[in-house]
Design a protein around this ligand. Structure first.
Ligand code: HDE
Length: 702
């Protein structure tokens, strides 16, 4: 192709459509693939100049050097070189979607906020769900808290409810946040581990921070291994205030409850998912929205007065404490539906800037010292991340109600305010913005006084009672998972004094848990950590379980059907129908993608090729095989892993005779979760949950 020359003009007709190739070309994409025909807008530079050739830079001679005057090439290079902005320091990996909030029950008695008092009104919003520790390119399924941030574009301005999928936090005071995050992130000398708490720095910090113990119980539970972002709860964490017209205020905690119920993965499954599909959660959310199965949550509140708060056996201003639902029940007030995927990931999901300080009239802050620190941090971080004080003008961040003031200029100013008045008060303008004394934002008139000092209140001293409450409220299966997560994490810690200190804390939480972990690590009995306050026995809260909050439904779940040459076509069709009727998605997996010849001679196209579609991607599996197919797959490690993993991950397995043979070949013994496909209803019932009783037969739990 030495003398090959490309001239795109010769290859397109007057509308820019591809014309038959007449010239020899060197490496033109049009040569290799068919380019879609249509009414295309002209490709231009950023100055609007239309581009004649986007395949070849300007050269002197056929093989000569590129010329500096090629402004088309230079503009592309310049823009590309500046495509990245700093990723978020925490919560860098996230998935976002547009939607709406609809109020069902008015809180007008408590607040002037229109979004919480106008029943039936739909408020547009943008939600971003994230992991905390990993970078933007990390995987979706590490053991990690999920951020749950919602920006409501209310009629009275933007309200950002920036929460997590866990109702408590590691620390009580904002001044410790930076140490916590440094400790959890990759270690600064080695640069690893990415997106994992299983390392010395994290557990060193935690073992020296007893206030973290309650959150540690949550992160070691299956809450940090969600099956889907559509199956997590969200919590505002801190107490906020609702403020009424008269200035009276009521404390409030916000909760999101998923319509699909809660569900988590098994640790081994989460690890394998990271390899099978690093975008597992993002893809799940994308596919659900594209299919019109819009993710939905209820918004619920816990409302309580100052005198009720004074009677709690803990301090609600301490973000390491939750208010059990049994103490203050949840009141459901509305729903959030996510119904539109962003047009552009960067413009929306990456550039969205949440600030807990964004509240609207009628909503106010509490004195939680963690919240107070957050009120400063987020605006500050957006300034460095988005690079301009005008980031509120980016469409995903801009309020959808009128807004204006006398702030002017700055980097990347998009507005062109008219007139000569850029201050207030002013006698020279009739229409420049003024204060709104009655309806404008007013803080709740709360009396605060005290001696200045770096003080941790006595009421924050109890670090173990709620950790114990959480652990003891779990089912036995969930308790075992917490113990084995602790053994796994601490087994990655090289310094034994850190492991010992952690076991000392666990002894304060629950002796039997400490023993399980110590035994799992091969350690002998260790001293208890000192406790600053008496550990209280609290009434158990089953609402803290996941298993108790799974829904009796296959909505949002996926069943994989493994088939091969010679499988029974009628059985496959009937299984597909039954699963789809029960509300789940179905995917057929086969050794080849293009077509599998079934026993009846028909050809079946698969949705996934066996080696690239492991059973971790499904909630339950069905195996329909001929005897010959079973024999063939018994020699295929991906088929053996398919059924073994489904078994080890406690999934229901539906089988015909050939399927049963493959299970036998994989060394799997029958149990109640392995069900003949002739008993389809029993299989569907089993597919709605995990086969918890199987667990003891597949792994050693401490
Ligand atoms: Fe954040 N947090 N945080 N955080 N946080 C950030 O802001 C911070 C805390 C949460 O999808 C940062 O825009 C401090 C609790 C979410 O864009 C930063 C403290 C809770 C997101 C920041 C906390 C959260 C963030 C990094 C302790 C649950 C992602 C990038 C005082 C209630 C939002 C950014 C999104 C992000 C600071 C603790 C939730 C650095 C100082 C508690 C969901 O400003």
């Amino acid at each position: 192709m030495k003398n090959a020359k490309t001239d795109i003009r010769r290859r397109t007709d007057s509308k820019g459509h591809m014309a038959p190739q007449s010239q020899p070309v060197g490496g033109n994409p049009g040569e290799l693939h068919q380019i879609a025909a249509g009414e295309h807008a002209p490709l231009t530079t950023n100055q609007g100049v239309s581009i004649s050739d986007n395949q070849n830079s300007l050269k002197s001679g056929t093989r000569g050097p590129i010329l500096l005057e090629d402004f088309v090439l230079r503009e592309k290079i310049n823009h590309f070189d500046h495509e990245r902005i700093p990723e978020r320091i925490v919560h860098a990996r996230g998935t976002g979607a547009h939607g709406f909030f609809e109020l069902k029950e008015s809180l007008a008695k408590y607040t002037t906020a229109k979004i919480l008092s106008e029943v039936g009104v739909k408020t547009p919003l943008f939600t971003r769900i994230s992991t905390v520790a990993g970078g933007a390119g990390s995987v979706d399924t590490p053991r990690d808290i999920r951020g749950f941030a919602v920006k409501f574009y209310t009629k009275e301005g933007n309200w950002d409810l920036v929460g997590n999928n866990i109702p408590v936090f590691f620390i009580q005071d904002a001044i410790k946040f930076h140490d916590l995050i440094h400790a959890v992130k990759m270690e600064p000398d080695s640069g690893f581990p990415q997106s994992a708490t299983a390392h010395d720095n994290f557990w060193d910090f935690i073992s020296l921070t007893p206030e973290s113990m309650h959150t540690v119980m949550w992160i070691m539970s299956d809450r940090t291994l969600p099956r889907s972002l559509r199956m997590i709860e969200g919590f505002g964490v801190h107490s906020f205030r609702l403020v009424s017209d008269s200035g009276a205020s009521t404390f409030v905690k916000f909760h999101w409850r998923p319509k699909l119920g809660l569900q988590s993965t098994i640790w081994d499954e989460a690890v394998k998912l990271a390899g099978a599909d690093p975008d597992f959660h993002r893809r799940d959310m994308f596919e659900a929205i594209q299919a019109g199965k819009f993710p939905e949550w209820e918004l619920a509140v816990q409302l309580f007065s100052q005198s009720e708060a004074d009677a709690f056996p803990f301090d609600h201003l301490d973000a390491t404490k939750l208010i059990p639902e049994e103490l203050i029940p949840l009141k459901v007030i509305g729903r959030m539906v996510l119904d539109r995927w962003p047009n552009n990931f960067f413009a929306e999901t990456e550039q969205v800037a949440f600030c807990p300080s964004n509240v609207v009239p009628g909503i106010d802050f509490s004195n939680d010292p963690l919240l107070q620190g957050r009120l400063f941090s987020y605006l500050d971080t957006q300034l460095s991340r988005l690079g301009s004080p005008n980031f509120h003008q980016i469409p995903v961040n801009a309020p959808k109600c009128p807004f204006g003031n006398h702030q002017r200029d700055g980097h990347m100013q998009m507005e062109q305010p008219k007139g000569s008045i850029n201050y207030e008060p002013s006698s020279l303008s009739k229409d420049s913005p003024r204060e709104t004394p009655n309806a404008g934002f007013r803080s709740a008139p709360v009396q605060d006084s005290g001696e200045k000092g770096r003080i941790r209140p006595e009421s924050f001293a109890d670090h173990y009672s709620q950790a114990r409450l959480f652990y003891l409220s779990q089912t036995t299966y969930e308790q075992a998972h917490i113990a084995s997560a602790l053994v796994f994490e601490l087994s990655k810690v090289a310094h034994t004094h850190i492991q010992e200190a952690m076991v000392g804390h666990l002894r304060r939480i629950e002796e039997s848990l400490a023993k399980r972990v110590a035994d799992g690590l091969g350690m002998s009995q260790l001293p208890k950590a000192p406790a600053a306050a008496l550990v209280k026995q609290m009434k158990l809260s089953p609402a803290l379980q996941i298993i108790g909050k799974m829904k009796d439904s296959l909505d949002g779940r996926t069943v994989g059907i493994l088939v091969a040459k010679g499988s029974d076509g009628a059985a496959i069709r009937s299984a597909k129908r039954a699963v789809a009727n029960a509300g789940a998605s179905v995917k057929v997996v086969a050794p080849t993608l293009g077509g599998t010849k079934l026993a009846d001679g028909s050809m079946l196209k698969a949705d996934g090729q066996l080696a690239g579609t492991p059973s971790v991607l499904f909630d339950a599996i069905v195996v329909i095989l001929s005897e010959a197919g079973a024999n063939m797959l018994s020699k295929e490690s991906s088929a053996i892993d398919f059924v073994r993993d489904a078994f080890a991950h406690l999934k229901a397995i539906g089988v015909d005779r050939g399927g049963q043979s493959l299970l036998k070949g994989a060394g799997l013994a029958n149990d109640a979760g392995i069900i003949g496909i002739s008993e389809m209803q029993a299989f569907l019932a089993a597919a709605k949950t995990r086969q918890w009783d199987r667990e003891a037969s597949v792994r050693t739990l401490p």
